[in-house]
Design a protein around this ligand. Structure first.
Ligand code: GLP
Length: 242
């Protein structure tokens, strides 16, 4: 794991965005795995800024998002589909047909998860996967569990995740289920960039980096990947011993 500690979320956004825009410049038809949440927003802003300055196109880039809520209309303001369009895609020249999500409203979730995994594999796999981390060290929506998951699947969200994310759901209750890429699918990305900012992430960050590899700390599996870059601000890094 390559660990980079920077002062602010904005500085992290600049450095993380550069990894993605450099990839797009070098490999214009790359496959990107993308994440939601507040953490990647500075990175997405910087990617849009770099795009607006010219010399880079996302027309041949394919994206696959990590996860999506179940039983939430695709265009709901809280769907990850809406989030990604508002925070990133609407500011790029990416083609709608090249942005991909799990369909949280599928009637047959197993078939939907298989379709998604097959599509990622047929696209040649993910070149760079962006990750945030939950307060309980979840990645995507892979909650602490007895064993590491494999491909995409339907998950019941834990109380910790519901408490962290329900602030976004004002009038309607937050969904209790989601579809998410599985751990092994995430681990098959060629490169992984994880960002964690703020004091609430400090314990999860310590367990991810300095604790044992265990499915109870889903992000700890990243210790086994040979190309991971972890960006932390000083608060998120505050409990690290080394
Ligand atoms: C959600 C997403 C994760 C994300 C996490 C942290 O649960 N499924 O992919 O990493 O939230 O979100 P935030 O960045 O808002 O702290």
């Amino acid at each position: 794991m390559k660990i980079i500690v920077l002062k602010t979320a904005e500085e992290i956004g600049i450095e993380a965005a550069k990894i993605f825009t450099d990839e797009v410049k070098n490999n214009p038809s790359c496959v990107l795995g993308l994440a939601t949440g507040a953490t990647p927003v500075p990175t997405y802003n910087k990617i849009k800024e770099t795009f607006s300055q010219g010399g880079i196109s996302f027309k041949d880039v394919k994206t696959y998002n990590l996860d999506e809520y179940c039983n939430l209309p695709k265009n709901d303001k809280n769907s990850y589909y809406t989030f990604m369009h508002e925070q990133l895609f609407n500011g790029l020249d990416i083609l709608e047909e090249n942005v991909h999500f799990l369909d949280g409203n599928a009637t047959d979730c197993d078939a939907e998860c298989k379709r998604y995994d097959d599509e990622i594999n047929n696209a040649g796999g993910i070149d760079i996967q962006l990750l945030g981390i939950g307060n309980n060290a979840h990645i995507g929506f892979n909650e602490p569990a007895d064993e590491f998951t494999s491909g995409s699947f339907k998950v019941k969200l834990t109380e910790s995740t519901i408490n962290a994310n329900k602030i976004y759901f004002d009038e309607n209750p937050m969904p209790e289920y989601a579809l998410t890429m599985g751990i092994r699918q995430i681990m098959s990305a060629k490169k992984i960039v994880l960002i964690a900012t703020g004091p609430k992430k400090a314990e999860a960050v310590r367990n991810m980096i300095e604790g044992p590899v265990t499915a109870q700390v889903p992000a700890s599996v990243l210790q086994e990947h040979d190309d991971v870059v972890i960006f932390l601000d000083e608060d998120a890094a505050s409990l690290l011993k080394k």
